[in-house]
Ligand binder design. Structure first.
Ligand SMILES: *Cc1c(COP(=O)(O)O)cnc(C)c1O
Length: 402
């Protein structure tokens, strides 16, 4: 028998990651179990992916049913599963057309290509500038990572794609001064996730929306992390005063099966005519069947209200820990996408705290080096939130002891 341990990772994997020092063998609801029989409360939710928890019974049932019918056929055919999810997404949003891919980066890649193509078709090749914002994260393909606002992820892979401008997030004046008729698209996250749980100000969003419209630039909202119920509404933009021209989604959309989507209007969609863009796996019937189950479950008002309620419970608990330990300057975020921002003098300690949490049986995320990030399953039980917070309490007591 092949013996697999945590060390096997270092032996055979390209070292893009430095995973926790354990081997995960099982997940159930909001718990994970490792090969030594240790149980962990999971506040990571597979990085905002396991929207319905680990090994959800409903998800399992849909998968079993779909694999007996059709797993993959490719986009030279269409099928009921793909079209059903597309119809559901258009029903619950302001968009009328959908394109499916397999990840967040691919969704943004497609959205950015679409925006460039629209501008090219309507205004010619000089209208090509893409504006994005500092601290933003849009994925790891060369285009999406270059558009993202964190140089540490895109440096060293040059030459980078051109005509990309990074501006400071939430800075209305700078944006006003810079945006022009050369701008073809503006891309932003309604709440920056990887960048530190930084919410876009309503006034900033409104200004960006208005100036995009007056300059014939498309507004792309990257809801890869904030979407599918994560922030307490089906998509986060639905809790703002703006509607983007293109919306990208992925992560939680199929509860752990790889999927991504791009949504837009008829007017914009027609610029992706047959042959202009594509994906072999995009719209995979299995992923879309699960996506439909997730959308049916999460779009329910009562479910979304529960996400809000759970988010408030977790946020209050984190605020109590903020008062108790005095190491956080702010608890921020919305729904079940929350961040605990470490004090100025502790801005490099997020990773250390994350490791201590794991020792106590709690998995959390970080956002940069200075923010603890929480993105548990959207259906996490209130008592599991409490259990996780108690473990975090112990870990913070350990971290702050002299
Ligand atoms: C995770 C994330 C991405 C990238 O998604 P992948 O599936 O890893 O390609 C893009 N944008 C945002 C906002 C994300 O959080």
């Amino acid at each position: 028998m092949l013996k697999i341990t945590r060390n096997t990772f270092d032996e055979v994997m390209i070292p893009c990651y430095k995973p926790f020092n354990c081997l995960i063998v099982k997940g159930k609801g909001s718990y994970l179990f490792d090969s030594n029989g240790n149980k962990y409360v999971d506040f990571t939710g597979g990085i905002a992916v396991n929207s319905l928890g680990h090994c959800n019974k409903g998800v399992q049932k849909v998968i079993k049913k779909q694999i007996k019918k059709l797993i993959h056929a490719s986009n030279i055919f269409t099928n009921i599963s793909t079209l059903t999810l597309a119809v559901k997404l258009t029903k619950h949003t302001d968009f009328s057309k959908v394109f499916f891919v397999n990840s967040g980066a691919e969704a943004n890649e497609a959205a950015l290509k679409l925006a460039r193509r629209v501008a090219f078709n309507l205004y010619g090749e000089n209208k090509n500038e893409i504006i994005s914002f500092g601290h933003s994260f849009h994925g790891r393909t060369l285009f999406s990572v270059s558009v993202g606002g964190q140089d540490k992820y895109s440096d060293g892979f040059g030459p980078k794609p051109g005509a990309i401008t990074h501006l400071p997030f939430n800075d209305i004046e700078t944006f006003k001064q810079h945006v022009s008729d050369k701008t073809c698209a503006v891309i932003l996250e309604p709440i920056q996730g990887e960048g530190g749980i930084i919410e876009a100000n309503p006034d900033f969003l409104k200004t960006v929306r208005d100036l995009c419209t007056s300059h014939n630039a498309l507004l792309i909202l990257d809801e890869v992390q904030t979407g599918v119920g994560r922030c307490g509404t089906f998509y986060a933009y639905q809790d703002t005063d703006i509607i983007p021209d293109i919306l990208t989604s992925a992560k939680g959309l199929a509860a752990g099966i790889p999927i991504g989507s791009v949504m837009t209007s008829d007017e914009i969609a027609k610029h992706f005519s047959p042959g202009t863009h594509g994906s072999t796996f995009g719209g995979n019937p299995l992923a879309c069947a699960v996506g439909t189950y997730v959308v049916n479950t999460i779009s329910d008002k009562a479910f979304l209200n529960n996400v809000k309620a759970k988010g408030i419970i977790l946020k209050h608990s984190l605020e109590e820990l903020k008062d108790k330990y005095g190491i956080f300057k702010e608890i921020r975020g919305k729904g079940l996408l929350l961040g605990a921002v470490l004090n100025e003098d502790l801005q490099d300690k997020a990773g250390e705290i994350q490791q201590i949490c794991a020792k106590y049986g709690l998995f959390i995320l970080t956002a940069g080096h200075g923010v603890l990030r929480f993105a548990p399953a959207l259906n996490i039980k209130n008592k599991t939130i409490k259990e996780g917070v108690n473990l975090l309490d112990k870990a913070l007591a350990d971290f702050t002891k002299v």
